[in-house]
Design a protein around this ligand. Structure first.
Ligand code: SAH
Length: 396
């Protein structure tokens, strides 16, 4: 097997079971591995450390599959890991209340570069690294061979694949293609999911519990749902008792689906209004028209993809939160999120604090929000924590 020799100073991170090896950690590569090939990771003194997938094009040069010398990386490996991940979601699956959830969450489930989301009888898979690409068929076989889904759809149409030298790919990958009107259940709510044309794998499953929080805390009043996508938070707020919801998103198809999701839940559609536009601009227009809301949700897309972009992202977060505080009535609630991994919870809270101060508003944090159980964070992989949110109440 080809070998990847680590610099002495970088051995510790692997021993501590961090799954990533960056190009700067590599002292030597022996045996000319192809992209995605399995390599033995060794120290300069010849100690075996791990078995990893080689990504020659990426700065993230290798991702570790196993730290067990006796564990080969083969078809059975993927069956075992997939089984383990899916078994750990059994409580969710068996509850019956939730039919859309993440089954495989990449590194934190021991499967770097692999994401699997479950939508009712369908699975959506994302293959994100050269190593995962090399084992794509084994992964599809492991998922399809379980006999517990009708079809697997691939949504590997994401830009991170370019960093690995891989083209984007999407389409049916196994079994029957998804039905046109696929609906998932989520704790008493129902949502249409467009897993073919929607964003990511079709739905923001990571916000499930936070939609529950919104539903519990918003019991009336006027709500502004910014970056609404297919209306997850809008539906949650309306079902909690909101009188009106105004949703803003730059994707017209997403907002059209949001309107259908309002109707699907038997919520009165005249209570739901939508603006197809840029949130940053629309917030300013609402401010100029002296509009005010009892609750505001801010769930922007990932504004910092890399740590180098954190500074610029912080300005955008502050801008949006500042405008939101200005539009919030006294006593009102702001649900504000960041899904940029590089923005730590502490930094995010300080950005929001700065926004309140510059808006001239007093507010308190009444809730700290994060990722649900099907988006776990391995303790050895703190980078897996990306979603954080705050519930702020403006003083009366
Ligand atoms: N809150 C949603 C998920 C939001 S994802 C949910 O719970 O399902 C981010 C959304 O922001 C996407 O729908 C995207 O279309 C939208 N978006 C990105 N940039 C935007 C901008 N500048 N103005 C308005 N919407 C934007």
């Amino acid at each position: 097997m080809p070998e990847l020799i680590l610099k002495k100073s970088r051995v510790r991170s692997v021993l501590q079971r961090h799954p990533w090896i960056f190009s700067g950690s590599v002292a030597d590569v022996r045996g000319d591995p192809a992209p995605g090939a399995t390599v033995d990771v060794q120290s300069e003194s010849g100690d075996w450390l791990a078995r990893a997938a080689y990504s020659p094009r990426s700065q993230l040069r290798a991702r570790i599959w196993t730290w067990d010398k006796d564990e080969p990386v083969d078809e059975a490996f993927f069956r075992r890991r997939v089984d383990g991940a899916i078994r750990s979601r059994r409580r969710l699956a068996e509850s019956g209340a939730v039919t859309g959830y993440r089954e495989v969450h990449a590194e934190s489930d021991g499967l770097p570069g692999i994401v699997v989301d479950r939508y009712s009888d369908q699975r959506v898979v994302q293959i994100l690294s050269a190593g995962a690409e090399a084992w794509r068929q084994a992964i599809l076989d492991a998922l399809g061979g379980r006999g517990d889904c009708q079809g697997i759809y691939e949504r590997s149409d994401v830009d991170v694949r370019a960093l690995e030298g891989l083209p984007e790919r999407s389409g049916p990958a196994w079994g029957s293609p998804p039905p046109e009107d696929l609906v998932i259940r989520e704790n008493g709510l129902r949502f249409f999911v467009d897993l073919v044309g929607g964003q990511k794998t079709g739905f923001y499953l990571d916000q499930r519990e936070n939609r529950g929080v919104v539903r519990g805390l918003i019991t009336g009043g006027e709500v502004l749902d910014c970056f609404a996508y297919s209306g997850g938070f809008s539906v949650a707020a309306l079902s909690g008792g909101a009188e009106r919801v105004l949703a803003i998103d730059s994707s017209a198809p997403a907002l059209a689906l949001a309107a259908r999701n309002v109707a699907l839940n038997d919520l009165r559609s005249e209570r739901f209004e939508r603006i197809d536009g840029d949130v940053f601009g629309e917030l300013r227009r609402l401010r100029d028209r002296a509009r005010a809301f009892d609750a505001i949700i801010l769930d922007p897309p990932r504004l910092a993809a890399t740590s180098a972009q954190v500074h610029r992202a912080a300005r955008a977060y502050k801008d949006a939160n500042l405008l939101a505080f200005k539009l919030l009535r006294p006593g009102g609630l702001l649900f504000t999120f960041s899904c940029s991994g590089g923005v730590t919870p502490e930094l995010f809270q300080s950005i929001v604090a700065g926004a309140a101060q510059d808006a001239g508003v007093h507010a308190s944090v009444i809730g700290w929000l994060g990722q649900p159980e099907d988006h776990p964070v391995a303790l050895t992989f703190p980078e897996g924590r990306y979603l954080k949110g705050l519930v702020c109440r403006r003083a009366t």
